[in-house]
Design a protein around this ligand. Structure first.
Ligand code: IYR
Length: 331
């Protein structure tokens, strides 16, 4: 796979394609980042962006993981002490998941976001940005809480992070796109360079294929899940034999979350997927490509129950090292 393909595969959006092509043409040694608010244990949402980081490392890029402790504090995720402890556990889980230790740098936000220059730049951005603009950038990240001043400062700081961490590329879930658009607009006003962004998809809710899989609502899969938990969760998932399910009765769009998990989580990490089946049901099926598996589900060659069983097995393999690490850290 060439660098451009590694950078863009499974991305929902790249901003802009031309900038990403330029970056891909000379990717080795360039720096990309994702920021995470430390909270809870790693779940599939974190791991989807981590898969992209692994792609970037394969293309020779260096990866910075921002443990966004100040952002988590602004977004009311706990005391500074709790946030730090969670962040240390996240580090260990990311490495266990398969990020290359040599090509990964972990940085705490508080290491640079409390410095004088950063603070003055932040105040400069506050003067340049309307409350309405900052609030719009935050809409997807903040959830339903009433906006506080902290929620307006948050996207401005995220904008500055791109400059202060000396990056060539910002990566995030699609929920980060409005902040990255704000950054593209505002960084030049401070005479800083604009950087491209890659946005990963957001997987649908496992039980009904509607909306987004979320750690605060519905079912999510995390590093804490046991093999049995995974089986139960995946077996209860919505999996019609199609890539394009009908909207629900009230008109809400639906996805097939089982196929999404195969596409975004399993195929990028394994060369070959084997669906084990007894001979009397046609014997094992082997796939090297997501499209082939999706086509077999649609044609009826692959039964949803077999797809789910296989998905649970591969997800279990992916999270097992992180799960072990967590148990070690907690004992
Ligand atoms: N907004 C992210 C956390 C975050 C990301 C980046 I990229 C930053 O520079 C700072 C914070 C979230 O929603 O988790």
């Amino acid at each position: 796979m060439d660098a451009y393909e590694l950078l863009t595969r499974n991305a929902e959006e790249v901003v802009t394609d031309e900038e990403i092509r330029d970056l891909a043409a000379d990717a080795a040694g360039k720096r990309a980042y994702v920021g995470y608010e430390p909270s809870g244990v790693l779940h599939l949402g974190h791991l989807l962006t981590a898969n992209k980081l692994i792609d970037l490392q394969e293309a020779g890029m260096e990866v910075v993981i921002l443990l966004a402790d100040v952002h988590a504090y602004l977004n009311e995720k706990g005391s500074f002490e709790d946030i730090r402890e969670t962040a240390e556990q996240m580090k260990a889980q990311f490495l266990a998941y398969g990020l290359d230790e040599e090509l990964t740098e972990f940085v705490y936000g508080s290491e640079f976001q409390l410095e004088d220059d950063y603070t003055l730049d932040l105040h400069h951005l506050e003067r340049e940005t309307t409350m309405n603009r900052a609030q719009r950038a935050m809409a997807e990240i903040q959830g339903d809480e009433t906006a506080k001043v902290s929620h307006l400062v948050y996207p401005l700081m995220q904008t500055l992070d791109i400059e202060y961490l000396d990056l060539d590329l910002a990566v995030g879930g699609l929920d980060q796109r409005k902040v990255h658009m704000l950054a593209r607009e505002k960084l030049p006003e401070l005479d800083y360079e604009v950087r491209p962004a890659i946005h990963t998809p957001i997987v649908a809710n496992l039980t009904d294929g509607e909306g987004k899989m979320s750690s605060s609502e519905g079912i999510t899969i995390s590093m804490e899940d046991s093999t049995d938990d995974l089986e139960d969760k995946v077996n209860s998932a919505y999996c019609p034999p199609t890539r394009d399910p009908e909207p629900s009765e009230d008109g809400t769009e639906r996805e097939n979350p089982v196929l999404e998990l195969f596409e975004y989580h399993v195929f990028p990490r394994f060369d070959e997927i084997v669906v084990e089946r007894p001979e009397k049901y046609g014997g094992d099926l082997t796939y090297e490509d997501y499209e082939d598996l999706a086509a077999d589900l649609e044609s009826g060659e692959l039964h949803p129950a077999d797809a789910k069983g296989t998905l649970a097995t591969y997800l279990d393999e992916l999270i097992a090292p992180g799960r072990e690490k967590l148990h070690e850290l907690r004992d």
